[in-house]
Design a protein around this ligand. Sequence first.
Ligand SMILES: Nc1ncnc2c1ncn2[C@@H]1O[C@H](COP(=O)(O)OP(=O)(O)O)[C@@H](O)[C@H]1O
Ligand SMILES: [Mg+2]
Length: 261
Amino acid sequence: MTKAATQPAPAPTPAPAHDAPAHNAPLAISARGLALTLGSSSAPVEILKGIDLDIEVGEVVALLGPSGSGKSSLMAVLSGLERASGGSLTVAGQDFASLDEDGLAAARRGRIGIVLQAFHLLPTMTATENVATPMELAGSKDASPRAREELTAVGLAHRTDHYPTQLSGGEQQRVAIARATAPRPTLIFADEPTGNLDASTGEEIVELLFTRRAETGATLLIITHDASLAERCERVLTMADGVIVSDRRTTNAAPAVEAAE
Ligand SMILES: Nc1ncnc2c1ncn2[C@@H]1O[C@H](COP(=O)(O)OP(=O)(O)O)[C@@H](O)[C@H]1O
Ligand SMILES: [Mg+2]
């Protein structure tokens, strides 16, 4: 029995002035025919060969695939570190395909947090300075005290004035996670965040990343070779040779968003 059978049809709703997504869930990422070609013009290398992908706001997604399949390249494009060579891409409501490098840098600021396998902390800056810098760039006036709070939140209250070389790998990755999440980004990207860590330290880092994600409700895309980590996500994408070859839901619901404060 349908509503229409028993009630008069409702007056037509005026179309929204802007393009709304075709379904209800808001999208954090929407890509169509996304392509990336690098190398010289005489020897171009097709790295991404037409990626179609929608990721909803708040989804926790794992990205698997053999080495060289294009995972890091896809993440670089989705996070605005690299410009796509073709296709359309909307990230956090912004048309990334129309932005140049400066535009992408501005679009990333405060909205996108990135955690990489090799940590990439600035060696001449203390832990606090590393975490404070993106908040300063995003206009924060109290970046330094906030950075100390963020470092405390990732278990590094006793390491705030240490330089990266004075920290263990696990501690450096904690700093990198604090740096990525301190500006409260709506999107967090992590590229093999445990790849340089021993198993038990890696497990702690994964827990920290999931906790920070849950505290903010951010969308999380995590590249991993760890099948058990992938199964903890809601959705698992698999790449091969520059395309997504599998996209499946796990039995996990989205990890609950913890109450802020
Ligand atoms: N700057 C570049 N120029 C040419 N080829 C590249 C460049 N960067 C990456 N590639 C190639 O693109 C492919 C995908 O690389 P990558 O995205 O790092 O894969 P994954 O992260 O899945 O291991 C690889 O074959 C790699 O050699
Ligand atoms: Mg990679």
